[in-house]
Every structure is written in C-alpha cells, then in structure tokens.
Design a protein around this ligand. Structure first.
Ligand code: C2O
Ligand code: CU
Ligand code: CU
Length: 518
C-alpha cells in the first residue's frame, strides 16, 4: 500500500490514494493520465506457430514506485492471442521465470493434455508446445497460469493475457472490429502495493476467506488510463482478470450497455443493461453508442461482496476514460446475433459440486473484530475503521502451507494432485448442480474443457445476458446454480480437467477438484 510519506514524492498528484483516506482519481490534467495500453494482437505465423515467452519485468504503475512484475512477451500481462475457428495452432510457451509455471487456455474446448492445467508444468528455461485445434465459435477467452498452489500469486505478478477466437459468422455481423479503435480490450484487475513498490500478496486468513483485496485499479495494466477511440459504436471486450473482485460496471453518464457476448461467445441477441455485474474470470463483450462523440468513463459501483467495498470501492469509481473523437466508427449494433441451440429438456442431474469453506468463520471473525460489519452499515467510511481493516488484510501472517491447502473444499475434500474423484462421459448433454455448503461467500465456479449453459441461478432462470455460453457460474450467499454441460474432448486421469472457484485464493487453498472425461 502507499503510505503517507510516499505522498510527498509525487508532484502534481494531490489526491493519491493513501492508507485510510478516501481515494479520488488523478487530477484531470492530460499529462497525469496514462494512455490506455492496447495489448498487441498475436496471430500464428506461416508455420502455424504462436510463441509466448513468460519473463520477469518491472513497471511503473504509480508515480515514484517501481514494481517487479511477470509478463508474457513484455514486462506485464501478455499479448492478445488471436486464433480462428478451424485453425490448428502450435503454441510455444517458454518459461523465463525462476519458478515453475503452467499456462491454461481458459474457455477453450480442447483435450485435457493440452489444457495447461496444474499437470503440464513448464520448468524454468523449458518450453511447452501443445497443439490447439480451435473448434468453437468466436469468443473472448484468456490465458493464465494454473500452477498449484501459486496461481493467485503468479496472476498478481502479471502472467495473463487475452485469447480471442474469430470466425466468419461473427465477422458477418458488422460489429465494431478494429482492434484498439472501436474494438477495445479492457482487462480489469485490482492490486495493492507494498511500500517498496512490489505488489502486495500475503496468503493469510483474510485472503483465504475473501480472496485478494486490492485498493488500486489497473485497466490493461495502467491506473485510470484514457484513450481516444473511434466516434461511433464501441465494442468493449471486458475481462475480469482480478483474483477475486467483482465489478458492477456502468457508463458514467448512464448510457446503456448492450451485451453481445458472454464467456463462450455471442448471445442470441443483444441484451440492454444499465449495469453489468462481472465476477472473477468472466468475460463479456458490450457495445456502447458513442456516435455523439462525448467522452465517458467506464465506472464500477459498490458490490455486495465480502470486504470488497473498502475505499476506493465504497463509491462509484472511474476505471478508464474513453474519448470518442477519433476516426468515424464503422461498426453497428445488430438486432440479432447467433442462433443458440435450444436447451435439452428434462435432463437428470448427474453430478453435484458442493463448495465448502473450513476457515471462513475464523477469517470473518478477524474482519468483524476490525469493524467490517459496522463499516458496512455506516454511510460514511470512518478512517480508523478503514485503517484497521486494511491492517488485517495486509498484516495477518501467512498461513502454514498445510493449513492453506486444506482450508477449502469441493464435495468435502480439498484439492489433491493425482486424485480424480469423478468422471464425465464424452459427447453427452449433462446437468450438473453447483451449490454452497454452509458458507455465504461468493464463488464464481469455473469448469475446464467446455462451454455450458446456465439453467437456473438460485432456482430462477438466469438473466438474459447470462443465458448464453458460459464457463463461469456464480454461487453466492448459500445459493445454487444448475447448468447444462457437454464435453467434446477427453481428459484422462493423467491429465484431468478441473472444476474450481475462480477466486484464485480459494483455488489455491483447496476449492478445486479434478475430473476425467472419457
Ligand atoms: Cu481460468 Cu482453471 O481457470
Ligand atoms: Cu479454465
Ligand atoms: Cu470461492
């Protein structure tokens, strides 16, 4: 975190987030705002190969602070890998970091042995070359490490990037598609900084309970950046790449959001919203009408998620400014998008996943003692309470590894490498039911090797923007989710698929299970 003495180093930034003060964004002098970084598109070369190199880096996210980072083909985050439906690409992933990593292709329908799960470790100095056959519709997916049990830390350091699938059907719709011009990728991540500039990361009881609680927002790796875009319809390709945080996204002048795609691809038709909830790991593509050329901010509003409403998230927080004053936009908002196959009726439930937390009472007690409940109920943030809460987030000691690894469970058992508790049949429509045991926390549950459909959220039909292809289903507050799911690729016991919570601190502490498909 930033301490008060640091503040004196920063010229011009009179409202830097300081511990215990309410955050206000940088002053709006053009020179104070970083430009929005647009990740470079990376397509297969003539030989059908895409090279990704994980490396160490450093970056200046905040004035006066140098932060050690990880990146892929650059110092922080990665390129936007672009592949096409029908294509076979050879990924060549080399590890230039001094730690074991894996790279998982989140959202791809591919077999278990190329999925990049905890089983396909890339040792330092080594290269992994899986062949990926892209056999699914256009979608915004992503890649990130999945090394057990340090996924959370490696993602914080910067190992992740977008993976965009293109196809003819989506290209025929006339959606905005000029990268960085009217098709704007936005990777949302929260971070917290130690006084020496490093990213804060501590696997303590609070982290195991709530997941990572940042106090500074990064969009594509920049703090409150701005960009000039086309004047016209804009397509925002949103990735919630945060370890744990949910966002309630809106546009500062409340113009509508038209959701056109979810995790696994385009919806049947655009869904008009004024606010879009996004859970960790989710993607949505949203069209915004900027034909009037008026600048706007993408903002996030306070969310109902444990301990995630500390400043600056206690009020509407601007994330990025878009100025639609550039070239004339060419894209449009179609009336209909793609045909969604009808849901299968009367499927029996063949698999249940019950989430369990063993240390949530202990974690909650620490937060309650620091005043979280009073903080939630009071209208105005009391700086002493905010300080106390930030202290338990940052100062709680790391848990011993065995305690970490057994803190959370699926179906009563913490994750264990090599143990495959169940299997699913290939090429069959299935119904799975996901629910929480006794805890009341949020768990965005992700399943590898497929794209599924949400049939019911807490017993009710899902909202329209969640009724398309999904690979993450949220359960919260003792809730449940039923999904229709189908696996079209095998995953043997030796390289199984994973089902896990995408709150990465939950994943790294047992809330994950293996399963095979055959
Ligand atoms: Cu995005 Cu198994 O993860
Ligand atoms: Cu995944
Ligand atoms: Cu969870």
């Amino acid at each position: 975190m930033i301490n008060l003495s640091r503040r004196t180093f920063v010229s011009g930034a009179t409202s830097l987030a300081a511990l215990g003060t309410i955050f206000t964004p940088w002053p709006v002098f053009a020179t104070d705002r970083p430009p929005l970084p647009i990740p470079a598109e990376l397509k297969a070369n003539a030989k059908g190969e895409i090279a990704l190199h994980a490396r160490l880096g450093q970056q200046r996210f905040l004035p006066g602070l140098i932060t050690p980072t990880y990146g892929i083909n650059g110092p922080f985050l990665g390129p936007a890998v672009r592949v096409r439906r029908g294509e076979s690409v050879v990924m060549s992933v080399s590890n230039g970091i001094d730690k074991d990593i894996t790279i998982h292709w989140h959202g791809l329908k591919i077999p278990g042995d190329v999925d990049g799960s905890p089983y396909t470790v890339i040792h330092p100095g080594k290269t992994w070359t899986p062949t990926l056959r892209i056999e699914q519709p256009a979608a915004t997916c992503w890649f990130h490490p999945h090394f057990y049990p340090t996924t959370a830390e490696q993602v914080i350091m910067g190992l992740s990037g977008l993976l965009v699938i293109d196809d003819e059907e989506s290209e025929g719709l006339g959606l905005p598609s000029r990268w960085g011009v009217d098709d704007i990728p936005l990777v949302l991540q929260d971070r917290r900084f130690d006084p020496d500039g490093s990213f804060f990361h501590q696997f303590n009881l609070v982290a195991i309970t709530t997941g990572y609680i940042g106090d500074t927002m990064l969009v594509n790796g920049a703090h409150y950046p701005e960009a000039e875009t086309a004047r016209g319809w804009l397509r925002l390709r949103l990735l919630n790449g945060s370890n744990a945080r949910s966002y309630r996204l809106a546009v500062s002048d409340s113009r509508p959001l038209f959701v056109v795609a979810s995790d696994g691809g385009l919806l049947a038709e655009p869904v008009q919203l004024t606010e879009l909830m996004m859970y960790a790991g989710e993607r949505y593509e949203v069209l915004v009408d900027a034909r009037d050329g008026k600048a706007f901010d993408l903002v996030t509003r306070p969310v109902d998620q444990m301990a995630m409403n500390l400043p600056p998230f206690d009020a509407e927080l601007p994330l990025v400014t878009l100025r639609p004053t550039g070239v004339e936009g060419k894209g449009r908002l179609p009336e209909t998008l793609v045909r969604m196959p009808p849901l299968v009726e009367d499927l029996p439930t063949t698999q249940t996943l019950v989430i369990g937390m063993r240390l949530d009472d202990e974690g909650m007690r620490i937060l309650k003692e620091a005043g979280l409940m009073n903080y939630n109920m009071s209208k105005k943030a009391d700086p002493d309470v905010v300080n106390a809460l930030n202290r338990v987030i940052t100062e709680g000691p790391a848990l011993p590894l065995d305690k970490q690894l057994s803190a959370n469970t699926i179906n009563g058992k913490p994750f264990e490498m090599g143990v495959v508790p169940f299997s699913a049949p290939l090429n069959q429509d299935l119904r799975w039911a996901i629910s929480e045991g006794s805890d009341r926390m949020l768990h965005p549950i992700h399943i590898h090797g497929c794209q599924f459909r949400i049939l019911a959220l807490d017993g009710k039909a899902p909202p329209a923007h969640m009724a398309g292809w999904k690979d993450i289903a949220p359960v919260a507050k003792g809730g449940s989710c039923e999904i229709q799911i189908r696996f079209e690729h095998p995953a043997p016991d030796a390289s199984p698929f994973m089902a896990h919570c995408h709150i990465l601190e939950h994943e790294d502490s047992g809330m994950m299970t293996n399963f095979s498909v055959s």
